[in-house]
Design a protein around this ligand. Structure first.
Ligand SMILES: Nc1nc2c(ncn2[C@@H]2O[C@H](COP(=O)(O)OP(=O)(O)OP(=O)(O)O)[C@@H](O)[C@H]2O)c(=O)[nH]1
Ligand SMILES: [Mg+2]
Length: 470
């Protein structure tokens, strides 16, 4: 009987907390207090850079912002490259029934278990790809054993991903298919051969387990390999690349199938050979390199300059609680809020970081977070109506959107003139702007901070969304 055993695991180590380590913790705490103080300083410097109109200076303008990104946005990841691998199939076993006076019993080697699969499953409670590891492998199947004992199947690995994750497989240039025993179908075998490197391994051995000292005596010429094994080997090399959008809660996608478990030697018991001294090995699982991109899915995307009051607006209309503060780039990650109407109708709104003129040249936080409004059906521009020229801000926002994607500016939109409470200047600006804005673009004065005219804004948004459905 031939079986393979896993390597022994080293025992874990115990870590004792000593006085000196406590001392280190204390020093770390001191350090983080210092960092917090620095952070406020940095935020203020980022604010002054923007309000001074110094946004053109990419080199210096990004210093504070970069720092903020590192500190504040570290847990938020919306792009990620990872590798996934299905578990290897367990090997079939070569074994024979033995008993007193039965020296040459029938074959009774068990089959190997299938390797586990890797699945991606949408969990709407996840908001970032930070929950996804860079390398993931499902459990391998167990090897078959004597007395007809089959190996256990490997456990599946289910990875939770946020709603809106797009999965694309990356392929390196595919080389020429390898020449193999059976005129081509064994291309995928090279993976097996690689895996067994260090042992004396050729294609014959990569696919079959041999009884001890039977490697040379086993002439596998007439052996028929089951069709599903051929198909698996072929797919390992020539299968279609994966491309899937995960958009609904609970949706699952198989991103790396496990390898097939090998067949024990009873499967090769044939009239010509009642004592097969070989069994089929388990096959490798699929291994893929995947690019994950999170594109938030919400009905409405909020677009505005930093400090315009986007987060305040989201807080006042929905259940979300993004941070609000009087400096630019308070928001570093997208937030999604749900607006509940009295008749139980709901819509979702995404708040994203502020957009500044020159974002396409990577000024401010750049353009990249616009991917989180790309899938919104409706854009809501939040403009600070108390600023010197809100109409110019609005045009600048549209210009930046156009540079990111010309299709975005053609999308239906609603303009919210926020901070309408902020004195006579806001009122004058609003009246002037109302005369300028083209017909068909709703312009709604709102005070997000004091929750004034909020219902008008949400109902207009609802009307536009419903009109789009008709
Ligand atoms: N007076 C007045 N102030 C407001 C109003 N809405 C927001 N603010 C203030 O404007 C400042 C910025 O608000 P935020 O909601 O953080 O602005 P934001 O657009 O999310 O900013 P970023 O996340 O940095 O892009 C805060 O100090 C708010 O209190 C409003 O309607 N009236
Ligand atoms: Mg904000």
């Amino acid at each position: 009987m031939i079986t393979r055993h896993g390597a022994n695991r080293a025992p874990g180590h115990l870590i004792a907390t000593t006085d000196s380590s406590r001392h280190i913790h204390h020093r770390r705490r001191q350090h983080s207090t210092q960092a917090l103080a620095n952070s406020r300083q940095q935020k203020i410097s980022a604010a002054s850079l923007i309000t001074n109109g110094n946004t053109e200076d990419t080199a210096t303008g990004n210093v504070g912002v970069e720092w903020k990104l590192k500190k504040g946005g570290r847990n938020f990841i919306d792009r990620l490259r990872c590798t996934v691998a299905g578990g290897h199939g367990g090997d079939g076993c070569v074994s024979f029934f033995r008993d007193v006076f039965v020296p040459r019993g029938p074959p009774n080697g068990g089959d190997g278990g299938d390797g586990g699969n890797v699945w991606f499953e949408v969990d709407e409670n996840e908001t970032s790809l930070s929950c996804v590891k860079q390398q993931m492998r499902a459990q391998a199947g167990g090897n078959g054993r004597g007395k007809g004992m089959h190996g256990a199947g490997g456990n599946d690995l289910v990875v939770r991903v946020p709603r809106g994750t797009m999965v694309r497989e990356i392929r390196e240039g595919q080389g020429e298919p390898a020449q193999s025993l059976d005129g081509g179908f064994l291309d995928g075998l090279e993976k097996q051969v690689q895996r067994e490197e260090g042992r004396r391994m050729n294609e014959k051995n990569a696919l079959f387990v041999h009884y001890p000292r039977w490697e040379d005596r086993n002439d596998l010429k007439g052996v028929r390999i089951p069709a599903e094994f051929k198909a698996h080997l072929w797919a390992l090399r020539h299968g279609e690349p994966i491309s899937v959008d995960l958009v609904a809660h609970g949706q699952r996608a198989l991103v790396a199938g496990g390898g097939l478990g090998g067949l024990g030697n009873p499967h090769f018991n044939a009239p010509g050979d009642r004592q097969p001294h070989y069994a089929l090995r388990g096959l490798a699982g699929f291994a893929r390199t995947l690019d994950l991109e999170l594109k938030t899915i919400a009905d409405v995307g909020l677009v505005g300059m930093p400090n315009a009051g986007k987060s305040t607006f989201l807080r006042s209309v929905s259940n979300a609680h993004p941070q609000v503060a009087p400096y630019p780039f308070t928001t570093l990650n997208p937030y999604i809020g749900t607006v509940d109407f009295a008749d139980s109708w709901q819509l979702t709104i995404a708040d994203i970081p502020g957009l500044v003129p020159g974002a396409h040249r990577n000024v401010g936080l750049g353009h990249s977070f616009l991917r989180h409004v790309e899938r919104s059906r409706l854009l809501v521009f939040i403009v600070d109506v108390a600023s010197p020229a809100p109409w110019a801000d609005y045009q600048a926002l549209r210009h930046e959107l156009e540079l990111y994607s010309p299709e975005l500016v053609t999308r239906p939109s609603v303009v919210v003139a926020n901070k309408a409470d902020a004195g006579p200047m806001a009122r004058d600006n609003f009246e002037r702007w109302q005369r300028m804005i083209p017909d068909g673009v709703p312009l709604i004065p709102v005070s997000a901070k004091f929750r004034k005219n909020i219902l008008k804004a949400t109902h207009t948004i609802r009307q536009v969304l419903l009109a789009m459905e008709d």
